[in-house]
Design a binder for this molecule. Sequence first.
Ligand code: NDP
Length: 526
Amino acid sequence: MSALENQGTATGTAAGTAGQGNGAAPLPGRVAVENPATGQTVGYVDEMDAGRVALIVERARQAQPGWEALGFAERAHLMKELRYWFVQNRKRVIDSLVAEGGKTPEDAMLADLWYVCDALGFWGRSAERYLADERIRPRSPFLLGKKIVVRYRPAGVVGVIGPWNYPLTNTFGDAIPALMAGNAVVMKPSEVTPLTSLLVAEGVEAAGFPDGVLSVATGSGETGAALVDRADMIMFTGSTRTGKRIVARAAERLIPVSLELGGKDPLIVLSDADLERAANMAVQWSMSNSGQICQAVERVYVEEPVYDQFVGRVVEKVSHLRQGAPGATGAVDVGAMTFPPQIEIVERHVRDAVDKGAQVLVGGRRREGPGRFYEPTVLTGVDHTMEVMIEETFGPVLPIMKVRDADEAVKLANDTRYGLNSSVFTRDVEKGERIARRLDAGNACVNDALINYLAHDAPFGGTGESGLGVRHGPQGIRKYCSQQTVLVTRFGPKREPTMFPNKRVMSKLFDRIMVLLWGRRPKRRS
Ligand code: NDP
């Protein structure tokens, strides 16, 4: 039986079968998947209830010990086999991402497929090093001669709940370190974009992974909630609202949760910046994937002397962006809005800004015709009374605000409850780094944006309402483990000096030692 059949997921509707089922009503218990760029149905998946999720988790639980016992080298080999499968099947994977997400093939190739292929190699190479036993040298006199080792062991069954903007990177991308740590994984993709995860399950089977090690539970938020009720650890990417719900639900069972949530990422342009580079970065990373990136550039602060010049460059570039239904590579720059309610949020933010006095320099409206598109938009005359400057817009909208100086830019950049990524542009890189360190965000770039996400070896996480925990780096895999501290006494006396019966002489001795060790008043270092 194939992994897909075993899971009871879509039958014959996995990604790559775009167009299947067009016009037909979904059967009861099935969810239709729509191409947001054309409005056509591209497949159906099962809406799995709590009972089915329980069965999938149980199967994963049975598969986990054997998977752990395979060891790092064999798991790393299977990751390479899977990477080979991805490369051989890259067209199907990209077509699937384009069909269900309405994104451009370039975004599907670089931000989803490339990321995952790179991650398969990285975690295959690095997992053993990050999870190696750590020898601790205890300083307490009571522990003299004892060996202490910290070890990492897999949590068990990890539930990965993913969003619709990056169906591969933000779902399977997180499964990779969890698998390398020796966990079994159950993925719950967004019901808006579940097809690519089914394709991954096919790849995992073709690459020779043992049955049940990676499964897909398709369905809506209820399916995700059922996974939270069963898994041993949850990795979640999505909205802050749902993230908080997941934490509350996970607290019932006291299981660990790692969250990557929304953002309202600022980009600061100082008057000595390379304006062409800064403008290119601002346009690229506000409009890429129609702005549906958790760490998209969502607001720009520009020092007064270069404000007009910067705005002019951005307007020129955004006016020339080609938007439309993604087809062949190189055809369009900006695709569709994936999630139906998202376009209404974008419209609301722009309307609110305009009502409060903002100017629309480019775009500013939904595109006519089939599919779900919002025109690449540039706003000026914005301030922090407007939703577009404080709430996550998650659309192709770039509001630009004039500031007096760097201090005002930092103050406004930090006027947010989010804190995911951030950027500052200046030719004085030392000043840039000083400013980056003042930004209240889990990540900060100088003369760059977003590319830090590709550093698999550097932690990436949010502060405030942008999340808890990190992906990437040592913590990006250790979070999928429980820690065990093992103490070994090789040569111990029959009776330790601190043992019963309590003796006055021993208490006196410890009292003396305490005074000797810590009884001197500290001198302040000059
Ligand atoms: P959600 O956070 O609601 O969805 C993310 C995932 O969680 C989906 O798989 C979803 O399932 C699932 N889910 C929903 N409710 C629950 C629940 N109670 N328990 C467990 N899992 C659940 O995001 P939305 O799709 O509603 O998007 C809303 C906003 O989130 C956007 O407007 C945007 O601001 C932000 N967002 C942030 C992303 C990021 O990368 N940080 C990515 C996408 C969105 P299903 O989709 O099937 O309902």
